[in-house]
Design a protein around this ligand. Structure first.
Ligand code: N2P
Length: 374
């Protein structure tokens, strides 16, 4: 009697997998269609979460979504073998060497109906890392600059603008911000290229002496830096825990928005220093062993829809690679010259190539020396 009731309850609850003995007593349920899934590994704070819901709602494909905040973290996973991911988001520099390492599959362009929306100039830039644009499409592109608390900066520098890397590379300047908190992204590629450019050396130099000199310069910041971290600075800026960060444009403006939403009186700004800075591109790519390539392509195609790309840009404040999306981007974001730089600013941006293995070893060692002093 009791058993029957249990069975009924289980059947009503739609439980298909019944434990052994009980299952045998039940008529075999019709085989349910396997659940459709796409496994996505993206940077944190890099999408409008509602886009994931809408994708599932429209396609019936569930999105299993994990995040990271450094290329090094993604690369470790990719090189360790089977990741289980269908879509990952490497920066172009890392994409190039990961393509050579054989970790990606070519994208089946016949299944990407929105390729026509891609920004020709961005695709041309990306082709330097992925010849023929075979393995990846641009997701976002952006600069690395200085994010700061407007009130704290005014108290320390008066009306002096922060539009120069002197603010962080001259210790007498950075020192003034040590008491209110400085974070720096844990991203050697950004810091080394910016330091090299500041020293009027080739930002893309792979010369070990140049890299050591850059490390010496960046090392002067260490005593004033609270933390090297690539995602915590958004909240830290927004809630007043820190007053200055070297970071990515979109993250800085997300911090500004969070402070506005909290109505805590904190105003955050971001500048592209006048000496110029690094422009980076993050791409959508598919590991060779992606378990659900069709769902992965559907997901990529969805992100390339102009309205969807625009929503991701409006929420994250990162410019996307879909030129047709600009018609739908929030005006405040579209007009923000730090998100969509004008031609004069563009001319001050440089790009770099990825590190070969030998250079990577030096960079990793020198970056550890920057962060620990050892
Ligand atoms: C998102 C940061 C992405 C830019 N929070 C760095 N690739």
């Amino acid at each position: 009697m009791a058993t029957t009731r249990v069975l009924k309850v289980l059947a009503l609850a739609g439980a298909l997998a019944l434990p052994g003995a009980l299952a045998a007593a039940q008529p075999q349920p019709k085989a349910a269609a396997p659940e459709k899934v796409v496994n996505v590994f993206n940077w944190s704070d890099y999408i409008d979460p509602k886009v994931l819901e809408d994708f599932t709602h429209e396609t019936g494909i569930k999105v299993v979504y994990d995040t990271y905040d450094s290329n090094e973290m993604l690369e470790t996973r990719l090189l360790a073998g089977k990741t289980g991911y269908d879509v990952v988001v490497p920066s172009a520099t890392f994409l190039a060497r990961q393509i050579k390492a054989g970790v990606y599959q070519k994208l089946d362009k016949s299944k990407l109906t929105n390729l026509k929306n891609l920004w020709p100039e961005i695709m041309a830039r990306l082709a330097k890392y992925d010849p023929g644009n075979e393995y990846a499409v641009d997701y976002m592109w952006f600069t690395t600059g200085i994010a700061y608390n407007v009130q704290a900066a005014k108290q320390r520098l008066g009306d002096k603008p922060l539009d120069t890397w002197d603010i962080v590379f001259r210790p007498e300047n950075l020192k003034k911000f040590a008491d209110c908190g400085v974070y720096v992204i844990d991203s050697p590629e950004d810091l080394f290229s910016i330091a090299l450019n500041y020293m009027k050396l080739n930002p893309d130099s792979k010369n070990p002496n140049d890299i050591r000199r850059a490390a010496d310069l960046i090392g002067t910041m260490r005593r004033y830096v609270k933390k090297f971290h690539s995602s915590e600075y958004i909240n830290a800026l927004a809630n007043g825990d820190i007053c200055l960060a070297i970071g990515w444009a979109g993250d800085a403006f997300q911090a500004r928005n969070r402070a506005r939403e909290a109505n805590n009186g904190i105003d955050i700004n971001y500048v592209i220093p006048r000496e110029g800075t690094l422009m980076s591109m993050d791409t959508l790519a598919m590991p060779k062993d992606a378990p659900h390539p069709d769902e992965g392509l559907k997901f990529i195609d969805f992100l390339l829809r102009p309205e969807v790309a625009a929503r991701n840009t409006s929420v994250t404040h990162f410019a996307n690679g879909d030129i047709t999306s600009r018609a739908f981007v929030d005006k405040e974001v579209l007009d923000n010259k730090s998100v969509y730089p004008d031609q004069a600013t563009m001319a001050r941006l440089f790009t770099v190539t990825g590190y070969d293995q030998a250079t990577q070893r030096i960079v990793t060692r020198e970056w550890t020396r920057v962060k620990t002093g050892k």
